[in-house]
Design a protein around this ligand. Structure first.
Ligand SMILES: *Cc1c(COP(=O)(O)O)cnc(C)c1O
Length: 410
């Protein structure tokens, strides 16, 4: 979707200035609140509580202390000297892999757990596909002292058995969903249903910058710490601003968290990298922005992969965290405005970049950010000598079974 040239600059200025989403939860034409009537009051209450939370100096200070003492923030900005030699660029990595539980997801989970306390919720529910968000939610709920139930499809529970064990160990209840597609979609429906049944007692802890308003905005506000830190670390350690920044996009939370601080810096090129999977043919990727069309999924109008009959397409990606047919509405707007370019890296390219980062930097990245590494290398071959910042969203220990299965580990 394209936005009229006359409207673009005003929308971008509103986004940078904090005036989007608007009162209806819209990022330009995208976003909104497509949810059952029964949930509207709960969504409004959540939005009000979140706005109060961010305006409350004491609450923000308490969260900030937990970010430092429990998550381990600020995460470092690491210069990657050997990648630089190989790529002919200056390369810096924002190390969310060093955050507690091994990825950026904890920033969101901890913030929303604090919000759940503020709302007086008695328990937290969350949905999870690959299990990473479930683990982050379980850890954050344990930390703030709230019971946590994680809904998970039975097929995903089989595929992600180690994460199910981690959630149990962290004290969460894992609710097996043996309905529908028996994966993330069915688990999301069940978690939603639990919330609808008791919107005051239950807090629904959503895992990415997707869903009905206020979630895309709320998750962005909790993840923007990545870019706020990186922007000042880059100024201090490298001087000035990067020429280009890269992050992988599944639902879009780590990417929007890194990008947001740089949206107003015209000279900084910004790239979101989606999962190209096996190919860009329907059903063989998870590239909602690169290969999708506008539509409604999980409460929000955004870019989406669906067929001519309106059926949401199967997705395919070697990285479970990117394997989602939709994407957050703020990314859809940034694409329509031309402010961020969305590109893809496929399964084998991600595997290649994962191996390169291990060998040259002694860092095992998750398969998700390995997509961003590949796109950054490709870009630096065309734009030599530039300064590049990459969002390293998580560590790859969780991907060892996948690497073994595809024969990348002996
Ligand atoms: C879940 C996950 C992602 C994808 O989620 P976003 O909301 O798009 O950030 C990316 N990287 C890692 C390491 C993840 O665990």
């Amino acid at each position: 979707m394209k936005i009229a040239a006359s409207e673009g600059p005003a929308l971008l200025a509103a986004l940078v200035g904090g005036d989007l989403p608007d009162a209806d939860g819209r990022f330009g034409p995208f976003g909104g609140r497509f949810a059952p009537e029964t949930l509207m009051p709960a969504l409004s209450r959540l939005e009000g509580a979140a706005r109060e939370f961010f305006a409350d100096g004491g609450a923000c200070e308490a969260l900030d202390r937990e970010r430092r003492q429990w998550i381990g923030r600020p995460t470092p900005l690491t210069r990657a000297h050997h990648l630089e030699e190989a790529w002919g660029a200056q390369v810096w990595l924002k190390r969310e892999d060093l955050a507690h539980t091994g990825a950026h997801k904890i920033n969101n989970a901890l913030g929303q757990a604090h919000l759940a306390l503020k709302l007086g919720a008695r328990r937290v529910v969350a949905e999870t596909g690959a299990g990473q968000h479930g683990v982050a939610a379980a850890a954050a709920c344990a930390r703030v002292g709230l019971p946590c139930s994680v809904y998970m499809g039975v097929l995903d529970m089989e595929r992600q058995a180690p994460n199910v064990q981690r959630m149990h160990q962290l004290g969460a209840e894992v609710v097996a969903v043996d309905k529908g597609d028996r994966t993330l979609r069915a688990a999301t429906d069940e978690a939603f249903r639990t919330w609808v049944a008791d919107p005051e007692g239950v807090y629904y802890l959503l895992g990415s910058a997707v869903g009905p308003h206020p979630y895309p905005w709320l998750v962005r506000e909790l993840q923007r710490v990545i870019g706020d830190e990186a922007r000042s670390q880059f100024a201090e350690q490298a001087g000035g601003l990067p020429d280009a920044i890269f992050a992988c996009v599944g639902g879009g939370s780590n990417a929007i968290g890194l990008f947001h601080a740089f949206l107003g810096d015209e000279e900084v090129r910004i790239y979101g990298v989606e999962a190209g999977g096996k190919s860009l043919d329907p059903g063989e990727n998870a590239a909602s922005l690169s290969a999708g069309r506008p539509g409604v999924l999980h409460g929000s109008y955004s870019m989406l992969l669906y067929d001519d009959d309106g059926q949401v397409l199967e997705t395919s990606s070697i990285s479970a965290g990117l394997d989602y047919p939709g994407v957050g509405p703020e990314h859809a707007l940034l694409q329509a405005l031309g402010r961020v370019s969305y590109v893809t890296a496929d399964d084998s390219e991600a595997l290649e970049s994962l191996a390169e980062c291990c060998k040259l930097e002694g860092i095992l990245p998750a398969l998700e950010p390995a997509h961003a590494f590949f796109a950054a290398r490709r870009w630096s071959a065309e734009n030599p000598g530039k300064r590049i910042l990459i969002g390293l969203s998580g560590r790859g220990d969780k991907d060892m079974p996948t690497l073994t299965a595809v024969g990348r580990v002996s």
